[in-house]
Design a protein around this ligand. Sequence first.
Ligand SMILES: [Zn+2]
Length: 120
Amino acid sequence: MAHPLKHAQNSARKFGGKPEDYLPIHSWFDESKAFVADFRHRALRHHTEGIFLAERVFGVAIVNSAGTQVPVRYVGEQHVKEDLGRIPTAQDWLLQIAPQRWMYGQHLDEETSATREAPL
Ligand SMILES: [Zn+2]
């Protein structure tokens, strides 16, 4: 699955109304593509926590152009399932990060090659 418009068309088929009713939600999920242009952008919002964040951004439900209340969570779940085939947790993504020394907040001391705490 690629473009937010395709997700929005699928939402309209599934929940009623027009694709435009859902496009802002699907575009929000894929906005992270502005940071990383490949599939890794999905690590930022394509997970359980991202779906709940979408609820905070768009509200618990939207009213589509057919006058039907549609839970934002359902729209988010549809988006993530279409992209990934399942709904991972944020932890599923984060555990795939290969740890780097700077991530621990430590710097190599140039004189002794020991580590020291980074300044706050
Ligand atoms: Zn997506």
